[in-house]
Design a protein around this ligand. Structure first.
Ligand code: ASP
Length: 357
């Protein structure tokens, strides 16, 4: 060891030019893991979606409501499926599925998103292209009907990865994206939810710290999608109102690349939901990708490890969806349930809410 070190020194091993000429090409060829050949693929395309990890407890779920959730998940799957079947891109399919859920009052994204402590909606979203590893994200916007579309515009038409608040809204206007009045997002259900949370907190019956607040609010419902298209490209997207009663300006994991959203053709595409603070601190989406890359795990195995070990270790609850270039999928959660579903080329929708169904 000592001998190697000294002889490298003699050869000027640490001169920058030596590193660039001799080691960098080797290093680069090692990290640029080639994507699996098309022949290895088992599925021509696949779309996986989630509508949040915090579900209404089974015993409190009215059958009609459950039917509405299942129908909304199927509609989102169908929107993405129609594109993938006709050679649409994974990015377009992810956007289409998420747009459907943003427009539905059932989920915590777009119309029907949770309210912050001032009774306002502030929306976060991100999208990532597995082929190029380009990404776009927006946070704390108040007038954008479909935040996933603005995240896509940031990726496609700006030199940046993330724009927030007024700057994001100005960029939306520049790009001709239609704005809506704040009232468009607010539903009676969310107003009642905020009143209840604030009443409970002021009566002292609920913990007050910000970490604890994130744990007690029953307000998940973030939406996300990951897709593999016929060209073999992966994409991931996530859109959310965050957590109910959050402080204005709070940004969670969904809009953070590597935390709530990540895609890389060489590994997998991931979208997360659950306690944002823990998902950020555990860098969940990238952790799953890294396990696939460095340990050769399938997305399902990697997701299981990260959700059940890391999230639990941090005391968080949540779930993830994932897909790789072979069409393997992941839908793991440690919460009571997760609104979720997937569709493959055969067009059969799988939709589930609780563990096992
Ligand atoms: N993870 C989201 C956030 O913390 C919430 C959710 O998944 O519903 O912003």
């Amino acid at each position: 060891m000592y001998h190697m070190k000294s002889s490298r020194l003699e050869n000027n091993a640490f001169a920058p030019w030596w590193f660039l000429r001799n080691l960098l090409p080797e290093f680069m060829s090692n990290i640029a893991t080639p994507a699996p050949a098309a022949a290895e693929r088992r599925e021509s395309f696949v779309l996986v979606i989630h509508g949040g990890a915090g579900v209404i407890p089974r015993e409190q779920m009215p059958p009609q409501k459950e039917g509405e959730y299942r129908a909304a998940l199927k509609a989102a799957l169908q929107a993405g499926y129609d594109l993938l079947k006709t050679n649409g891109t994974s990015l377009d399919a992810v956007s289409a599925a998420i747009r459907m859920m943003e427009d539905s009052p059932l989920f915590n994204a777009g119309h029907g998103a949770v309210l912050n402590s001032e009774g306002e909606v502030e929306l976060d979203a991100a999208i990532m292209d597995g082929a190029t590893r380009k990404a776009g994200a927006i946070a704390a916007v108040k007038h954008i009907k479909n935040p996933i579309d603005l995240a896509r515009l940031v990726m496609d038409r700006s030199p940046h990865v993330m724009l927030v608040a007024d700057g994001a809204e100005a960029f939306a206007a520049e790009q001709g994206l239609a704005k809506v009045a704040r009232q468009y997002f607010i539903t009676e259900h969310r107003q009642k939810q905020l009143e209840r949370i604030q009443r409970e907190q002021s009566s002292g019956s609920k913990p007050q710290s910000i970490w604890q607040q994130e744990r007690v609010t029953d307000s998940f419902g973030t939406v996300g999608a990951v897709a593999l298209d016929r060209q073999g490209n992966l994409a991931a997207g996530t859109s959310t109102g965050g957590i109910a009663n959050k402080k204005p300006g709070r940004v969670g994991d969904s809009a953070l690349i590597g935390a709530g959203t990540y895609a890389d053709n060489a590994t997998c595409a991931v979208s997360a939901t659950g306690h944002g603070a823990y998902i950020v601190r555990a860098v969940v989406a990238h952790d799953i990708s890294a396990l696939v890359e460095y340990r050769g795990l399938s997305p399902g195995e990697a997701a299981e490890l990260v959700v059940k070990m890391k999230l639990v270790e941090f005391g968080g609850e949540g779930g993830v969806i994932g897909a790789d270039r072979k069409g393997n999928i992941a839908m793991q959660f440690n919460s009571q349930g997760m609104y979720r579903g997937f569709v493959r080329e055969d067009g059969k929708h799988f939709v589930a809410i609780y563990a096992g169904q």
